[in-house]
Design a protein around this ligand. Structure first.
Ligand code: ADE
Length: 369
């Protein structure tokens, strides 16, 4: 009788699992994206370091991670769930693929907006193998109902699935393989505290130094079988917004200009680099047309601010999220923009860089004191 009940329950579990997977196939393709799918990704994957020792920069994170990886391996356990946060392009996905490689597991990549229903997450989790690493990008955008079932998956490797509706609804507990979740976000503050608290490791990715970006450019050029002169590399590094993704993208563009020039022979020198930066509208500090437009609008239309993000977005036609995540962090790093409770403010550095009259700013500062 007891054995019959267990067999019956197992059968129900299998039916539920199959239902999760087939409902997912019918309505929404599995939200796992193969990281080799897109052309841009192929380029990024070629240049992406595979092992921690190949990774340039983020030295404190690397040193700590080395210890945590070695300890987890020694105990034969998966690495504890890890949260990576910081501006885009600093290497969150790269770090996740390194963690998977170092732990000997497979990396499965998805993003919170792709996981719309509890069933989507259930399908992703039930397809994992022990030791796999699940990377969820933009984890701050996870819906609360999906987040709810993620908690037990993270803590106890179980999925509590609700079957049926109303008074006859029942929860069914499914075991899932021991895995490591790597959550990535550009908006750390938008994570709910119960989710944040379930990560064993929380790492902030910092902007890179110019010397680290130079090393990354040299490494990428070597892989692509191009030679970059020291001067060209310094120039590229200065224009790369202290961000590896930007550095590799600029290298790719200079390579295009070098390829159509018959005299360069796989050598990237200062001349071709300057020509490329000027064609792309990137100035000597790495600011592009949008950065300049943002600063000019702030200064010329709004007397240097403070101005609210949405007003700045309407005035420039740039999406407010893109201004906040992509443009502002670098402008703040350069000391050209400040965030205040009343809005965005252009600093003296911005006036000087754009060659604009600073007297307005001075008058405003005097009036404040
Ligand atoms: N390519 C992109 N990011 C890198 C990094 N941090 N180190 C080495 N190569 C990279």
């Amino acid at each position: 009788m007891y054995i019959c009940a267990i067999v019956f329950l197992k059968k129900i579990k299998n039916v539920v699992l199959m239902a999760i997977q087939s409902s997912n196939q019918n309505t929404n393709p599995t939200p796992i994206t193969s990281s080799t799918a897109k052309e841009a990704d192929i380029f990024e994957n070629t240049l992406r370091p595979k092992a921690l020792d190949e990774y340039i920069g983020q030295s404190r994170l690397k040193e700590n991670l080395k210890v945590f990886l070695a300890a987890a391996k020694k105990r034969n356990e998966p690495l504890e769930h890890t949260l990576l946060y910081g501006p885009p392009g600093l290497g969150k996905t790269t770090m996740a693929s390194i963690i998977a490689h170092e732990m000997g597991g497979k990396l499965k990549v998805t993003s919170a907006p792709a996981i719309q229903k509890q069933g989507d997450l259930a399908a992703v989790l039930s397809n994992l193998k022990p030791g796999d690493v699940l990377f969820i990008d933009e984890i701050h955008r996870m819906s609360s109902s999906v987040e709810e079932i993620l908690y037990s998956a993270m803590e106890d490797y179980v999925l509590d699935i609700m079957i049926g509706k109303g008074p006859s609804a029942r929860t069914m507990r499914l075991n899932i393989p021991q895995f490591t979740l790597i959550g990535a976000t550009t908006k750390f503050a938008m994570l709910s505290s119960p989710l944040r608290d379930r990560f064993g490791h929380i790492f902030k990715l910092e902007f890179y130094s110019e010397s680290e970006i130079s090393q990354i450019i040299h490494r990428s050029a070597r892989i692509l079988e191009y030679q970059v002169t020291e001067e060209a590399c310094k120039k590229l590094a200065k224009c790369a917004r202290r961000t590896p993704r930007v550095a590799n993208r600029l290298l790719k563009r200079v390579r295009d200009f070098a390829d159509i020039d018959e005299n360069t022979h796989n050598i990237i020198d200062l001349e071709i680099t300057k020509k490329t930066m000027s064609a792309l509208g990137i100035d000597e500090l790495g600011l592009n047309r949008t950065d300049i437009d943002l600063l000019k609008t702030l200064i010329e239309k709004f007397k240097g601010g403070p101005v609210g993000l949405n007003t700045l977005s309407a005035a420039t036609g740039e999406d407010s999220g893109t201004i906040e995540d992509v443009y502002e962090p670098f402008l703040i790093q350069l000391g050209m923009l400040d965030r205040s409770p009343r809005g965005r403010i252009a600093t003296e550095n911005a006036y000087q860089h754009l060659g604009l009259d600073i007297s307005d700013l001075k008058k405003k500062q005097e009036a404040l004191f």
